[in-house]
Design a protein around this ligand. Sequence first.
Ligand code: NAI
Ligand code: HPV
Length: 488
Amino acid sequence: MGAKPTVLVAEKLGEAGLEVLKGFANVDCSYNLTQEELCTKISLCDALIVRSGTKVSREVFESSGGRLRVVGRAGHGCLVVNAPTANTVAAAEHGIALLTAMARNIAQADASLKAGKWLRSKYVGVSLVGKTLAVMGFGKVGSEVARRAKGLGMHVIAHDPYASADRARAIGVDLVSFDEAISTAEFISLHMPLTPSTSKILNDEAFAKMKTGARIINVARGGVIDEDALVRALDSGKVAQAALDVFTEEPPAPGNKLVLHERVTVTPHLGASTMEAQVPKGELSSTAVNAPMVPAEVLSELAPYVILAEKLGRLAVQLVSYATARAPDDLDTRLLRAMITKGLIEPISSVFINLVNADFTAKQRGVRIAEERILLDGSPENPLDYIQVQIAHVESKFASAMSDSGEITVEGRVGSFQVDVSLEGSIILCRQVDQPGMIGRVGASSASRMIAPRKHAVMAIGVDEEPHPEALKKIGEIPAIEEFCEKL
Ligand SMILES: NC(=O)C1=CN([C@@H]2O[C@H](COP(=O)(O)OP(=O)(O)OC[C@H]3O[C@@H](n4cnc5c(N)ncnc54)[C@H](O)[C@@H]3O)[C@@H](O)[C@H]2O)C=CC1
Ligand SMILES: O=C(O)C(=O)COP(=O)(O)O
């Protein structure tokens, strides 16, 4: 090799970050590339750095012709520049800035004074002290917003189906249901990732449940709000004001009703845009660079187990047992543990898990994965016979699969399966009233072809592609389906 690698920086980074890169690489800063331009350029690059504006699609990887080795997402656990906490604080501060600016009509009053008007009575605001703020999504950003809002004398409640009550209690925040959160709060601030289950989570139905005069803040993702429904709620007076940093379409189309609305304060996705959030953090990037890497031969030997580990991680793992005939120093399980963490955290979070940040992220979220080995006799030719995960205290997505002691144990092996369900592809699990015709009804709702359906009081259906959200919604609406869990 010898030659300097070429790094394509596809979105604006801070100068200090660029300087670090220029120290060892040829840096090509090309912003606002179309998808085609990106695909053309990528074949000449060893690394790509993006922010939230660039989709690194399959096409981009395919166009790289094998040269591309690292894709860095500035701000989210990437190898070269890793500033996850600066990003969090920046977003939380922006949320608070929008909250206070909205309550006191800062943006509107500023525009009017600059236009030569002096309208003291038009811009009477509302006070924050003693008001209830509902933090929707109590992750990194949400919990920092909660902490700061408490400092402003607000009463803070939070809704997050996956957050630990202990962590909330430590900050002095009560975790409540979705309905309780939105129906009791004067201010509602959104901090969940955009996923199929959070898409348009604030819709007409949700706005109807809110107090008249509620105020909404969104620094998460535009898609978590049904924007047309928000316009209706503002026009009817149900929602008094909104403050938005993010939009379903970015930039929003000219004439976007929310952007132009008199009672809406907007910023162009500035949540992470502070000087501090753009500066590389020495200690974190050095952790990343020094992170334990798995040697290539271990990687290839464990490759088949990696997908299995991620699937198993989509359940909330407490104990992982590796059944192996290998001696402990001959089986490196860090990669598998990382994949289990990935399966566990990625579906509910905006964090992308890789080998570098897996243990850090798990610890940060209070997830503890204990590991043990089940030593088998026999030939150590295969690294693993099976992986078993044990899940305790599940706040059940899927209560019917639990033992009396409240635990679920699942085993998976590569190639064949001892579990009732093959953990390949996507799987829909439904608990249903045991009556004829259910598989057909569920099958009819799912656009994908079914393989090996089974019929129990619990039904597992393997589908040949990720189920469409609409199909899942229809399954949930079949009266006999009591609960179901998509995507194992
Ligand atoms: N405006 C901006 O520039 C920035 C926006 N963000 C966005 O803010 C959001 C939060 O980011 P982080 O706190 O870093 O992510 P995080 O992954 O730490 O927290 C997200 C939380 O949402 C929870 N959650 C998942 N589904 C939920 C549901 N249905 N209802 C309620 N909570 C749910 C998760 O359990 C998790 O605790 C993300 O959408 C992220 O992309 C983050 C940084 C800057
Ligand atoms: O980190 C995030 O989730 C953001 O939304 C920030 O995006 P940006 O890095 O400013 O393009």
